[in-house]
Ligand binder design. Structure first.
Ligand SMILES: [Zn+2]
Ligand SMILES: [Zn+2]
Length: 129
């Protein structure tokens, strides 16, 4: 079977903590496909996230605390920025919640959460874009 994931584009700007350039995806769905593949093939637990630096999607390890397919953000600000960025580029609303000694994001149906937290989103957008 042809494996498109072996020909992933590598980031020219973003590295992991070992200094290796990260895989780079244009769309969340591509990143998720690759994460699914890595899980099946290597048992690795990865989760897509939208990169602040380059605007592409990368894969990061799942939360080591709860094991959920979520990235753990150390600060609320980081989580808010990610939510704002995903909102700005995908039109998708993510809710921020405290967990695992940090912050997680979860998909929020509808725009109620966004309306209630409009200031947070707008503030994060202003600071980043
Ligand atoms: Zn990046
Ligand atoms: Zn967790």
């Amino acid at each position: 079977m042809h494996n498109k994931f072996l020909t992933n584009k590598k980031s020219k700007t973003c590295r992991d903590k070992y200094g290796k350039f990260l895989d780079e995806f244009n769309f969340e769905s591509d990143a998720q496909d690759c994460a699914n593949y890595m899980k099946r093939k290597f048992g690795r637990n990865l989760v897509p996230y939208l990169c602040e630096e380059c605007g592409f999607w990368h894969l990061a390890p799942k939360c080591a605390v709860c094991g959920k397919a979520k990235r753990l953000y150390n600060s609320k600000k980081d989580a808010e920025r990610q939510a704002a960025k995903v909102f700005a580029t995908e039109g998708k609303y993510l809710r921020i919640y405290k967990s695992c000694g940090g912050w997680h994001l979860t998909e929020s149906r509808g725009s109620k959460y966004y309306r209630q937290n409009r200031d947070v989103f707008m503030d994060a957008l202003r600071k980043r874009f």
